[in-house]
Design a protein around this ligand. Structure first.
Ligand SMILES: [Zn+2]
Length: 93
């Protein structure tokens, strides 16, 4: 029996079942989007669905240095807003 695929959270570095993480999908230089269903094409990276990781990551990509890690440029702030909006819905709804 196969184990569920594991992925590493880019914020805290812990390894968890891929399906329990939030996927961020897209491509360096072309933009990234939150992908909670995990179905978007392109590359992806993952975050724990925990406020420390989600909020910490959003703060990080709002800075030019943090956004540069994924070549987000100024779109890091826009992605941060999308993630924050998704997270507010995930927590409250
Ligand atoms: Zn994490």
């Amino acid at each position: 029996m196969h184990r569920n695929p594991q992925r590493t959270c880019v914020q805290c570095g812990s390894k968890t079942d891929k399906r329990s993480l939030l996927r961020i999908a897209g491509k360096a230089g072309a933009g990234w989007k939150p992908d909670p269903e995990g179905g978007r094409p392109g590359r992806g990276f993952y975050l724990c669905r925990k406020s420390e990781c989600v909020e910490g990551f959003v703060r990080r990509i709002r800075t030019p240095k943090g956004a540069a890690r994924w070549k987000m440029g100024t779109s890091g702030a826009a992605l941060g807003e999308q993630i924050s909006a998704w997270w507010a819905g995930a927590v409250n709804g």
